[in-house]
Design a binder for this molecule. Sequence first.
Ligand code: 5RP
Length: 289
Amino acid sequence: MFNEMHWGKKNRMGEIIQPDGRALMLAIDHGYFMGPTRGMEVPSEALAPLLDHADSLMLSPGILGSSVPTSFKGGVVLRASGGNSILDEDMSNEAVILSARQAVNLNASGVAISIYVGAENQHQTLLNLAQTIEDASEYGLPVLGVTAVGKEMKEKSAAKRFLALSCRIAAELGADIVKTYYCEGFEEVVTKTPVPIVIAGGPKLDTYEDILNLCHNALERGAIGVDMGRNIWQSEHPAAIIQGVRGIVHGGLSVKEALDLVNSLADDSTRRKQYFAAHPDDAKVQEKH
Ligand code: 5RP
């Protein structure tokens, strides 16, 4: 897939995309604009039971430094765009917050930049991606383009066109991997995007079966894996569902087989520790992101 790359970049890509061509990225970068997101209030504790099951982590530099043991052997994709918050009316007001040099200094496998196509600050966010791709090329550092979705994708029926547009723009600017959302007609989004695609999980789904179906459908329609957050660590049994997702991404399990696995692992030992009651405003936050 990436034979033409030089050794450094190929090696780093290999920390994200595994030899089977698949990727299980665990997204925990939400705090960069959402603060102490439910389920990730104490990152070191929420992460500990998950680290062995993720190929790579996608996170902010601050959480890497404070909450991930240096013994972690998986890949690390650092969030490199930010400067906004969930309190902003328009969340697209992002700038580059991490240079490729700083990322390499933190031993990163790659960096992630969000683009907000159709949003007020579309132009700036596309320049953020282009600028980081140029910066990262000096260091052989892969770049993940993240197609952020705001009010621009209000209509579910318009999702395919919007996501195909956003993913293709990220690929045209030179992103090595694109992270986007699953939608109806997803195979068209994949076909029109000439680089590997991973899917986000999006807001918390109701059941484990829904989560596993989402993963299975996305892979069947051409995604190479997932970069999933809330549907793992906001679940009742995060260490159980991540192993089910892993079974689908790397183990070729059917949804039923993966669900059986999750159910067999869902007990008190894998139950998520609840620190605080959910705040009523959490639901509003989910609507915005
Ligand atoms: C923000 C992100 C998040 O990491 C992303 O949405 C993935 O997490 P989730 O599976 O919770 O949607 O990239 O733009």
